[in-house]
Design a protein around this ligand. Structure first.
Ligand code: AMP
Ligand code: MG
Length: 382
């Protein structure tokens, strides 16, 4: 749906060292062959492959950053260092471990294929070849490619702004002292952290009271952003007014329920030309539904060609049971090498201390209820 809407974000330019984590706005091509000439991949001797095995006359040396002025003729070799240009006439490099050097000569024990231990000009990329596509989120290897091909400034997409409206008469802002029956607004802030991590710029709006009028005001302000996230108020209760408010803006609704837990009531749609999500208010439900649904939309709105959601497999350290029927996301601790996962004891989807002790969610299959210790299970990183 979001892809079909073809959002094209505005483009801005930043210095190379500010581009990591941002989304590239243009295709980047190699500005010259890579490597720009035949280059040695080893310390050793540049030779003519037809001359070895055998004993060759060493006619000179070439280091990285130099060019050998002569040509390697029959029966000749040039001592060469890793990264140095392979001299004219030579078509292979023999690594020093396979040689017996001595007094202006070198004995080479083994035959070699042409091209051995060298990187041919243009073998990595030809001049003009695309090395990074628009829509790629730039990682450190992408930074290396941008640097290698001369981009000290980089065209990237502007971060999409994401309005966050938390609803609920029982909710107070973090700075306010809560009465016993009140809860601090954690969702707006956990969502802001998730938005930032997904490449968006969060805009936290004031809490919306559970009235149509006040929620309408905040939602209306939220439509000024590129994406609107609302927390709470999407269940079937008497004071869950979010869907009615959105309908009042002429919203198209694409779905209002998903088969996961936590997170069943989840509203996704579009109004005033902007996509919105009505996320359930229980903290773990807000977190999980953002990761599974809203994050992908945000990444696409931010110009990413592909969305990211890693769900690797890990082995359970102990038996684990859940109620089948829905895909369930339960807090868990993934070992530092991501190989093993342990369920974290918790007391339901509002248990923020358990979520904070965890660093991942177990993703439990709706079709099974028991996993034995040592079995593989999917995990979603926190
Ligand atoms: P709701 O989806 O509005 O029915 O909210 C469900 C429950 O989630 C509420 O009873 C609160 O306990 C909790 N909750 C809702 N909004 C927030 C919020 N902004 N921060 C923390 N917890 C919340
Ligand atoms: Mg509520």
């Amino acid at each position: 749906m979001v892809r079909l809407a073809h959002p094209v974000p505005a483009v801005e330019e930043v210095a190379l060292d500010e581009a990591a984590g941002r989304v590239l706005a243009v295709d980047v091509a190699a500005d010259r062959d890579s490597p720009a000439l035949d280059r040695s991949a080893r310390d050793g001797y540049a030779v003519r492959a037809t001359d070895v095995p055998g004993e060759l006359a060493v006619i000179g040396e070439v280091r990285a950053g130099e060019r050998f002025p002569g040509t390697v003729g029959p029966g000749q070799a040039v001592e060469i260092m890793t990264g140095a240009p392979v001299p004219a006439g030579a078509d292979a490099v023999v690594m020093v471990e396979d040689t017996d050097p001595g007094d202006g000569r070198v004995r080479i024990h083994r035959g070699v294929q042409p091209g051995q231990a060298m990187n041919r000009r243009g073998s990595e990329a030809g001049a003009g070849e695309i090395v990074l596509r628009a829509g790629t989120r730039i990682g450190y290897a992408g930074i290396a490619a941008l640097a290698a091909f001369g981009h000290s400034r980089v065209a990237i997409y502007r971060r999409p702004t994401v309005a966050i409206v938390a609803t609920g008469d029982e909710i107070v802002e973090v700075e306010e002292p809560p009465a016993e029956h009140q809860i601090r607004n954690s969702n707006a802030h956990s969502l802001a952290a998730q938005v930032t991590r997904a490449g968006g710029a969060p805009v936290i709006l004031p809490l919306a009271r559970d009235t149509v009028e006040h929620t309408r005001q905040m939602v209306s302000r939220g439509f000024a952003s590129d994406l609107l996230l609302i927390s709470g108020g999407v269940s079937a209760g008497k004071y869950d007014v979010v869907e009615a408010v959105l309908a009042g803006f002429g919203a198209e609704f694409y779905f209002d329920r998903v088969l996961i837990q936590p997170g069943q009531p989840l509203v996704f749609g579009r109004a005033s030309g902007k996509f919105f999500f009505g996320l359930p208010g229980n903290p773990s439900a807000t977190m999980v539904t953002f990761e599974i649904f809203a994050r992908a939309a945000l990444e696409l709105i931010g110009g990413q060609a592909e969305t990211e959601l890693a769900m690797p497999w890990a082995r359970l350290t102990r038996e684990f049971r859940h109620r089948p029927g829905l895909t369930r996301f339960l807090p868990a601790l993934l070992s530092s090498d991501s190989a093993e996962v342990t369920p974290v004891e918790w007391h339901g989807s509002g248990d923020i201390p358990a979520l904070a002790r965890a660093n991942a969610f177990l993703v439990a299959d709706p079709a099974r209820d028991v996993y034995a210790a040592g079995e593989w299970i999917r995990v979603m990183l926190q």
